[in-house]
Design a protein around this ligand. Structure first.
Ligand SMILES: Cc1ncc(COP(=O)(O)O)c(C=O)c1O
Length: 348
């Protein structure tokens, strides 16, 4: 897959931005909720809006406690540092954000050894491969402590039966479980279940508000009280203790109240984009799931197609395998506009 590590251009004047669901802008109503939020010093535990967000998110996720973070990266890292000590090991997917796209933080800052395993096409990590990588208690080896999964992964919802089996394997072998649930809301909406069902097999889950839910900032790590207490120390160490963070937490609360069910529209728009792309002979559709579409275009067309799209106010990171991400700031009309540009480009 391609990951939009470099932006196609400034997004400020773009009308249709398909690079990521992290590009959404706060709506006037969300901004109003932010400015109206009662605040306090959250490092002292004094911010009522942060406290409410943590409690509400933990309750929705079916966990005992929550902790507000400025980013999903920091939330995942603090979670890993809460489960694992120096010289411990986490098993995770080769394509997992936590392994590939978080600057190696677990190893660099947590002294945790990552044991990556190739993801299957559906995003799962094969159970026999997990079992084979759990190290024996032997002085040669790092101590395998944790299995970390991601849901959704590449937009795909992990099959619930698979997650249950992976969790049973991890438990039987004495491992804890963490979920990078940056898009667990998408998984829940796609499966028609509560987010608590998606979170249930895991000890800790990192839930993001700055992806499809449309908040400008914020993730909440949920889990048992003892692990959340440890994560709080890690968060402070990592520089994530924020002061009057209620202005940010208010955006997340607003998103929880108003934006969760609307994720279904993003999923419908992804299906619309995929259907349109599949009609263009030069484009090969790889996958469509929840709010993400992966498609291939000939390598020689990548740069000129990206430029043609940008010219028409459509931002997309076009690579041999391109990822298109739908979100609340892209309408069905925006999808049609992007499709129109791609059609005309190949018809030229
Ligand atoms: C699956 C996944 N996990 C974690 C993150 C990290 O979130 P953040 O950008 O808030 O650090 C991202 C970011 O896009 C992500 O896609």
């Amino acid at each position: 897959m391609s990951y939009p590590v470099s932006s196609a251009s400034s997004s400020s004047s773009a009308e249709v931005d398909l690079r990521s669901d992290t590009v959404t802008r706060p709506s006037p109503a969300m901004l109003a909720a932010m400015t109206a939020a009662p605040v306090g010093d959250d490092v002292w535990g004094d911010d009522p809006t942060v406290n409410r967000l943590q409690a509400v998110t933990a309750e929705r996720a079916g966990k005992d406690a929550g902790l507000f973070f400025p980013s999903g990266t920091q939330s995942n890292l603090a979670a890993l540092m809460s489960h694992c000590g120096r010289g411990d090991e986490v098993i995770l997917g080769q394509r997992a954000h936590t392994y590939r796209y978080e600057a190696g933080g677990a190893a660099v800052l947590g002294s945790i050894q990552p044991q990556p395993i190739e993801n299957e096409p559906d995003g799962a990590i094969a159970l026999d491969k997990i079992a084979a990588e759990i190290k024996a208690d032997d002085a040669h080896f790092a101590r395998t402590r944790l299995l970390a999964l991601e849901n959704t992964i590449g937009g795909k919802v992990l099959p619930r039966a698979y997650v249950a089996q992976a969790a049973a394997l991890a438990r039987a072998r004495g491992l804890s479980l963490h979920l990078d649930g940056a898009r667990a809301w998408n998984a829940a909406v796609a499966d028609g279940v509560a987010v608590a069902d998606v979170c249930a097999p895991f000890d800790t889950v990192s839930l993001c508000f700055s992806k499809g839910l449309g908040a400008p900032v914020g993730s909440v790590l949920v889990g048992p009280i003892d692990l959340i207490e440890r994560a709080k120390r890690a968060r402070k160490m990592l520089g994530g203790g924020m002061r009057q963070a209620g202005v940010l937490a208010a955006a997340c609360l607003y998103a929880l109240d108003h934006h969760v069910q609307a994720l279904a529209e993003d999923h419908a728009n992804a299906a619309r984009l995929a259907a349109g792309l599949s009609q263009i002979p030069e484009v090969t559709l790889d996958s469509v799931a929840t709010n993400m579409v992966f498609a291939r275009v000939p390598e020689a067309d990548c740069a000129p197609l990206q430029a043609a799209l940008a010219e028409a106010g459509v931002l997309a990171a076009i690579a041999p395998v391109s990822r298109f991400v739908l979100h609340r700031d892209v309408s069905a009309a925006g999808v049609d506009r992007a499709l129109g540009v791609i059609r005309s480009y190949f018809a030229r």
